[in-house]
Design a protein around this ligand. Structure first.
Ligand code: DO4
Ligand code: MG
Length: 278
């Protein structure tokens, strides 16, 4: 099942049919334990409406009262890339240590107001010269701490700022348009398969300038372990989004340009497309 948000509707796509109800609002609709079965109960009392396909042409960012958090160094590739970029600053060791530590790296990424959705513009900071997208699976964790759904995310990162000093991480990671989530909330009836693939393609005009894919089974930590740490000492009344880290880092010679188009596809969820802007 896929749950979409438009500026005035919550739309469920289930078994090829589309449903909506005027009483559904994003936070109260998604923030439920056993969300998949709760939504199935809701659908029993309403009729599918094919005309909702028109609304799906104009999607909003699928977020309201949720904060976006992120975990990092959960894949070997991320650890290696960050050790390399920060070695001159003497920060490389931190990444190796967190990769092996029991406690994961978790940081605040974005408020809903700073995040962008499907078709939106992700930004690169004007004080940065080396920028990459980080294609990541995003967990939706409801307010009681259970993982209820998944989205596609982009954890835009300024590698020169992050590499200069690990204490600059919040500036490298959090600014207007640094987080993209979408295109919908995917709610399977069981946990997402470990065979799930994350793919990214970056286009510059007619050229494909970078493409790579990775399976989520390559991640070092479990999703529930990350969720447990996030919820250990914080409450999230509307639930929370948690980016699970990247396993794809373009070569060091690569930086994003204004106008690049980023397509991130995750099996069973869809494709999140964003353009890079100022
Ligand atoms: O430690 C820096 C950030 C890590 C990160 O965002 C990732 O691994 O995806
Ligand atoms: Mg990341």
């Amino acid at each position: 099942m896929h749950i979409f948000k438009t500026n005035n509707k919550v739309i469920v796509k289930y078994a090829g049919l589309l449903y909506s109800s005027p009483v559904w609002t994003w936070d109260s609709f998604i923030n439920r334990e056993a969300l998949h079965s709760e939504v199935l109960k809701d659908l029993q009392s309403i009729t599918a409406d094919p005309s909702l396909a028109n609304d799906l042409e104009h999607l909003s960012t699928p977020i309201a009262g949720q904060e976006i958090w992120a975990s990092g160094v959960t894949y070997l590739r991320s650890k290696d890339a960050r050790m390399e970029e920060s070695k001159d600053a003497g920060g490389g060791d931190f990444y190796a240590r967190v990769y092996d530590a029991e406690r994961p790296e978790i940081f605040f990424k974005s408020s809903a107001s700073r995040a962008v959705g499907p078709g939106g513009t992700v930004r690169i900071r004007k004080d940065s010269k080396w920028n990459v997208p980080e294609p990541e699976l995003v967990l939706f964790i409801c307010s009681v701490g259970t993982i209820e759904g998944y989205l596609i995310g982009n954890d835009m990162s300024s590698r020169d700022i992050e590499g200069e000093n690990p204490l600059y991480l919040p500036q490298a990671k959090s600014y207007d348009g640094a987080a993209a989530v979408g295109p919908c909330l995917y709610v399977p009836d069981t946990a997402i398969s470990q065979d799930t693939e994350i793919q990214i393609e970056i286009s510059r005009g007619d050229d494909k300038v970078f493409a790579e894919a990775i399976l989520i089974s390559r991640m070092k930590r479990t999703h529930q372990e990350l969720a447990n740490y996030l919820f250990m000492e914080m409450s999230f009344p509307a639930g929370a989004y948690l980016m699970t880290g990247t396993g794809i880092v373009p070569p060091d010679s690569f930086t994003l340009n204004y106008g690049d188009v980023i397509d991130i596809t995750i099996s069973n969820i869809g494709t999140l497309t964003n353009q890079v802007g100022r």
